[in-house]
Design a protein around this ligand. Structure first.
Ligand code: IVH
Length: 665
């Protein structure tokens, strides 16, 4: 066998092996090897691909994340329109559906296929000769958007189907969703970053699939369930169930709860069973879809303009109740963002007494035309925060419009609109009580300084009594002071002081995160900690230099720069150091070849992937930066370089062309 042939077959077998383990892990939820072993296989493949970029396979797991879609999404006409489903709201509607199809088909009994109705985003997916080809959103049913690049990042979606002899063109329907656990994790992260949270997992799925950067969707860990074969060409199966079993055997994720129900009674049993286990599923569903199983019968019934006549969605009664919106209060968050909160006449929804609901932002209030004194439908989906679904307009009587206050509800400073967003904020960040207490709370939180025992109300008391003004004052407290506070025993006082003292030795990234710089979450804090040798360097950096760091955009760079420019913040940091904070810096390896040298890459390369070049430079201790400056060590240039080339010439920066790259790397 020639060397290339041997390499090819090695790469093929590695790709197959890794894809197989992805399937065990992501689709079957039953891994067969340890994470470490998987990592070894993956790095081996990356190594082969790095050295032989021309041999990279289309279905290689390394190819899931593509580059940004600069021109937006292409509009695509569906070859087969993506219809909707008729709804049954109650038992009567469902009985009616069943009786009608029985009559139309002239049958005594009809076998239906029952499936959960996934609360996600509808998608059409095409495989050609067993290879993932494209994915298009439903859009208006006729024309959708090409979101192939984002759907490709879904780890349980096979890039190549299992087995052989696949239909030439397989058009499938699926639902993309996010698990409730991932949804909660994401919102927690957004709160920590002071960003707007998502209302429910469906909104995240829909928002994520329309992100222009596939990296975002790859990080969001979306999931997919396939629930239909849109055209049966190439598949010989005669029933819906057999088709789903077939595509399942191809490695496509199909829901395990699907079930054949042979008459109306078992259909209803299934409905009740799923309601019973709904809370344990880990993802949101909002009903049951019943489909006639036999394709011949489906054909006989056909479609209306909007939906098949052979299927129905029996929606769950959502956990909702009507109550009165008595008032709207405005809450101030850590970053000063002001959120409207609905105060309700307490009402029992699915066993939980609800007296407040999230109104998200003023846009939502205007869109739903919610007013004080309105009767409103309050919904509690799963265990997500209750929210107002809609107003009972026919009962509207003497209602008053909700107005955003002109002043901060806490400190009375004039509030301002956040540019480009539908939110408002109180700009008085250093003297507004909720902002101060929440910034201290953030500082003490688990991922930051990890000081336990410092709850919101204790912090507020300390601030109110002027025992502390900001987080650096935490290190001036002692147990004899704390014990003077109401409901504070000697044990808890000394525990808190112990925890405060313990936090003094802190890694650089956590320290940076704890400072609470706008939009500097733990990931950005890590990037900064890797980039800078110490806090002094970061405090004295120019905005331009910050912007040139990979992964730091202009807005974040601005936030960081502005934070450290303020004398107030500089003093707080000095205080922290004087009060015993010991920031532990990473042991940077100064012996590495490119230690602290900054490289810029431009143009396209024939035999290298940009990521490979970056990886090698970082491995050798260097840094990648987005723009050329006098601090740039060298510009690595491929074909069709951008304006960076001219800039490098102007600044007399060394230019390394592709030809001499292999020597360098
Ligand atoms: S079958 C021809 N099955 O619900 C229509 N749809 O309200 C075929 N949905 O747009 C749809 N789970 O995106 C089907 N198990 C399931 C489903 C499901 C969720 C979505 C679907 C549709 C919407 C209709």
């Amino acid at each position: 066998m020639s060397v290339t042939k041997l390499l090819k077959s090695k790469i093929r077998s590695l790709v197959d092996k890794i894809n197989q383990h992805n399937y065990y892990y992501h689709t079957l939820d039953s891994p067969k090897i340890k994470d470490g072993e998987y990592d070894v296989l993956y790095s081996k493949l990356k190594e082969y691909e790095k050295n032989n970029p021309e041999l990279i396979l289309k279905d290689s797991p390394t190819q899931r994340i593509g580059s940004k879609l600069l021109g937006g999404f292409n509009k695509i006409k569906h070859e087969i329109p993506m219809l909707s489903l008729s709804n049954a709201a109650n038992d009567n509607d469902f009985n009616e559906f069943y009786i009608k199809i029985k009559k139309d088909l002239n049958l005594e009994n009809i076998t239906l296929f029952a499936e959960p109705k996934f609360d996600g985003l509808a998608i059409s997916v095409i495989y050609i000769n067993g290879i993932f080809h494209s994915a298009v959103t439903r859009g208006d049913g006729e024309i959708g958007e090409d979101v192939t690049a984002n759907v490709k990042t879904i780890k349980s979606l096979p890039l190549k189907l299992v087995g052989t002899n696949h239909p030439k063109k397989l058009r499938l329907r699926a639902e993309i969703y996010m698990t409730i656990a991932d949804f909660k994790r994401l919102n927690k992260k957004l709160v920590a970053k002071g960003e707007k949270i998502f209302a429910n997992p469906r909104n995240v799925a829909a928002g994520t699939i329309r992100q222009l950067d596939p990296l975002v969707s790859s990080e969001r860990n979306l999931q997919i369930f396939f629930h239909g074969v849109m055209s049966t060409d190439g598949l010989k199966e005669k029933t819906h169930m057999d088709s789903l079993n077939k595509i399942k055997s191809y490695g496509l994720p199909v829901c395990k709860l699907n079930k054949l129900v042979v008459n109306i009674e078992t259909a209803k049993d299934y409905y009740n069973y799923i309601i019973m286990i709904r809370d344990t599923l880990g993802y949101e569903i909002d009903g049951i879809v019943y489909k006639i199983n036999d394709y011949d019968y489906q054909k006989m019934l056909g479609f209306t303009a909007k939906a098949p006549k052979w299927a129905i969605a029996y929606k769950f009664l959502s956990a909702e109740a009507v109550t009165t919106l008595t008032n709207v209060t405005f809450q101030v968050g850590r970053t000063g963002v002001i959120t409207p909160v609905a105060e309700l006449t307490p009402v029992n929804i699915g066993g939980v007494l609800v007296s407040r609901a999230n109104l998200h932002n003023m846009d939502e209030v205007v869109k739903k035309d919610i007013r004080i004194n309105d009767k409103v439908f309050v919904k509690r989906a799963g265990d997500v925060i209750p929210e107002i679904d809609r107003v009972l307009f026919k009962d509207r009587n003497k209602s008053t419009k909700i107005r955003i206050p002109s002043k901060c509800p806490s400190c009375s400073t004039k509030i301002v609109k956040i540019t480009d967003q539908s939110s408002y904020k109180c700009p008085n960040e250093y003297n507004c009580l909720p902002q101060i207490t929440q910034s201290i709370q953030h500082f003490a939180s688990r991922k930051a300084m990890n000081i336990s025992g410092l709850g919101e109300s204790l912090i507020a008391t300390l601030v109110n009594k002027e025992m502390i003004k900001n987080y650096s004052d935490l290190y001036t407290l002692d147990a004899s002071l704390l014990i003077t506070l109401e409901r504070m025993g000697s044990k808890s006082s000394s525990n808190i002081i112990y925890s405060i003292n313990k936090s003094k030795n802190i890694s650089f990234d956590r320290f940076l995160y704890a400072l609470g710089i706008r939009e500097v979450g733990i990931t950005t804090a890590r990037v900064l900690a890797l980039e800078f040798s110490n806090i002094d360097m970061l405090m004295n950096i120019s905005k331009f230099q910050l912007e040139s760091i990979k992964d730091i955009g202009p807005v974040v760079a601005d936030n960081i720069y502005n934070f450290f420019k303020l004398m107030r913040n500089r003093n707080i940091i000095t205080n922290l150091m004087e009060r015993g904070i010991n920031v532990i810096y990473e042991n940077k390896d100064t012996t590495k070849e490119y230690y602290n040298q900054s490289f810029v890459i431009t143009g396209t390369f024939k035999s290298f992937k940009r990521k490979e070049i970056e990886d090698i430079i970082i491995e050798k201790g260097g840094k990648i930066s987005n723009s050329v400056s006098k601090n740039t060590h060298a510009l690595i240039m491929g074909e069709k370089p951008g304006s960076k080339y001219q800039k490098a010439l102007d600044l007399n920066i060394e230019i390394i062309k592709e030809g001499s790259l292999s020597k360098l790397l």
